[in-house]
Design a protein around this ligand. Sequence first.
Ligand code: COA
Length: 373
Amino acid sequence: MNSFGQTPIVMGTGVYIPRDRIENDDLVASFNEYVAVENKRREKTGEPLLEGSNSGFILEASGVRARHVLEKTGILDPARMVPHLPDRRDEALSIQAEFGVASARLAIADAGLEPVEIDLVICSCAHHQRPYPAIGIEIQKALGCAGGAFDMNVACSSTTFAMHLAAQMVRSGAARNVLVCSPEIMSGHLNFRDRKTHFIFGDASASVVIGGRREKPGSPAFEIVHSDIWTDFSSNIRSNFGFLNRTIPPAANNDDKLVTQVGNKVFKEVVQAANRVVRAFLEKAGVGVDQIERFWLHQANIKMIRTLMRMLASEEMTERVPITLAEIGNVAAPGSIIAFDKTKREVPVGGYGLICSFGAGYSIGCLLLKRVA
Ligand code: COA
């Protein structure tokens, strides 16, 4: 370690879950109302009829009971099915920056730092409200952080990839205290008229502070012992939304400009990849699966989590996986960090925990943590 570089430590975390909550039954009622109206139109045109959604299926297939969103009335209106999140003036704090600041303040306080002691802000999530100026820079300004800021996006692995980067920057001395902020507004990019995806996701904001010291007594600190990233191209989770959309003639069906996925393929392929990647990762770190006290896994689907744990060790080991998806759904990038935030105190000092995200790309990010305080 040179005189500037420091051993990276997760110093603090913060989570903000929006108040609006949608239960499966409410989501399905609004979807089925939309289907009834749409099918009347389709009966006249001869287009194929849509099938309804079903709360029983949702719970059984995914384990999700409810999700939280920034604004639910627009989503639940069958004539609209898009949240009401109106544009703000350029001078006002943007919706996503405000959402990010809500968890960032908690994480910085948990770390025992002042905002000015943060010298890098990475706003990392699957969706950014605009391409520039970076949302991260807006968050930096709103908080009063020093140094620089930028945005990054690796879909559901955005937070873990940013933490991997932050750890390397702290280790090398390129940054002293990094704020990784993931204000994920999934509801703005979700097709609530697609029964295959409408139930999966929710909104959440989570932040992590990674630095070289432990500032706040009484709040758990975790050394990042090892971290790594893995990717392999696949279109099975994809959005074609982008700035070149305006160069093509408007299409009758723009559904590919929202989240689309071939869920069952993703399930199989990602679980297999995660099994291989996590095994190799732990082997390289020299730590056995059974030494991991808590697995803070990406929160996409309870069956996926159980299958992965069966492949890695045994289904009983699922007891060591904190589950948040039942009450907040899959919140994309911040999912595994929310699970970490809620249960980090359950790991004794000296014990290990694993953060692992998986998602579009495909992408998998792993961090091996050791509790040091
Ligand atoms: N209500 C009722 N039936 C539904 C439905 C709904 N909302 N959505 C799909 N179905 C139907 C399908 O049309 C299909 O019907 P068919 O057999 O007549 O064709 C049937 O249910 C099974 O669909 P399938 O997609 O195979 O279900 P599944 O058991 O794989 O569960 C997911 C679907 C999405 C929950 C699951 O595949 C999954 O979680 N995949 C991984 C998702 C993921 O990790 N995504 C990204 C990571 S960030």
